[in-house]
Design a protein around this ligand. Structure first.
Ligand SMILES: C[S@@+](CC[C@H](N)C(=O)[O-])C[C@H]1O[C@@H](n2cnc3c(N)ncnc32)[C@H](O)[C@@H]1O
Length: 261
């Protein structure tokens, strides 16, 4: 184990039978969620667009996307730090490129991936800053992030007790402040964000699509600077669908942005 990884007290996916047990749980209990997620992804990506998934786990999202005709073995690649998760993914689909990838330091060139997705990974890390910078660095056109958020202004960081369910391993289960997260995206994007869509799956579960390039059919005027974050958000057709407390707190985005700038 590298010294860098020794410090990662939270990275317990490869310990004992944790990955196998978690994968078994996902298969048994989370198929409806994957179905809902992929229906949402189909609104944002077209078949054949090409998708790189960071934190692909055991490959179940790939399977669901392929079932829906969104990707195939050629147009998709998945990356994960957990060798046990990668083994499960490769075992299911040997013809797909499932590769070792560290979200803190992704071994890919800037803007080298047209579309990047990241599903329920960030809440299991101690924080999202460096990982999100990395995702935005490599994504050229669109970045889709699903994570746990709440409308308030403080991140809720929890490191759970070791769970019997996951072979006595502990994980982060954080719920991040959505206004702060959005402010972070706008303040740290390496290229202008031209649109941002939000989808509320329910409870703390949200999907966010960040567009770095306008879709061809859209004639909407686009913002070009951090200061236009509020305009971009409120002009987005999806903005009305997010819970009211979140819409209200987004007004705080301006002050956060100016502090971060
Ligand atoms: C809750 S799982 C989600 C897996 C998959 N996206 C899904 O929804 O089925 C979180 C995944 O993030 C991966 N992960 C944790 N730390 C990572 C890191 N530093 N780099 C890449 N992946 C990481 C874990 O190994 C695990 O597979």
């Amino acid at each position: 184990m590298q010294p860098e990884q020794e410090k990662r007290y939270w990275q317990n996916w490869d310990n004992g039978e944790a990955s196998r047990k978690i994968d078994a749980y996902w298969i048994q209990s989370e198929n409806p969620w994957r179905e809902t997620l992929v229906r949402q992804l189909k609104r944002n990506f077209k078949p054949g667009d090409g998708i790189f998934e960071v934190g692909c786990g055991s490959g179940l999202i790939f399977h669901k996307m392929r079932e829906h005709g969104l990707v195939d073995a050629k147009s998709y690649q998945g990356g994960d730090i957990s060798q046990e998760m990668l083994k499960l993914a490769r075992g299911r689909t040997p013809d797909v490129n499932f590769r070792t990838t560290d979200i803190f330091n992704i071994d890919m060139l800037d803007a080298s991936q047209a579309n990047v997705i990241n599903i329920h990974v960030l809440q299991h890390l101690p924080g999202y800053e460096q990982p999100v910078k990395e995702l935005m660095r490599i994504a050229r056109d669109k970045l889709y992030i699903a994570c746990w958020f709440h409308p308030g202004m403080e991140d809720q960081v929890h490191f759970s007790d070791p769970s019997e369910n996951w072979d006595k391993q502990a994980f982060h289960n954080n719920t991040y402040s959505m206004p702060r997260f959005l402010a972070f995206l706008f303040a740290n994007a390496p290229r202008p964000i031209v649109d941002l869509r939000m989808h509320h799956f329910g409870d703390t579960n949200y999907g966010i699509t960040v567009l770095f390039r306008e879709e061809e059919e859209s004639a909407r005027p686009v913002g070009r600077s951090q200061e236009s974050a509020i305009q971009i958000l409120s002009a987005s057709p999806t903005f009305a669908s997010v819970p009211a407390p979140l819409r209200e707190n987004l007004a705080a985005l301006h002050s956060i942005l100016s502090r971060m700038a």
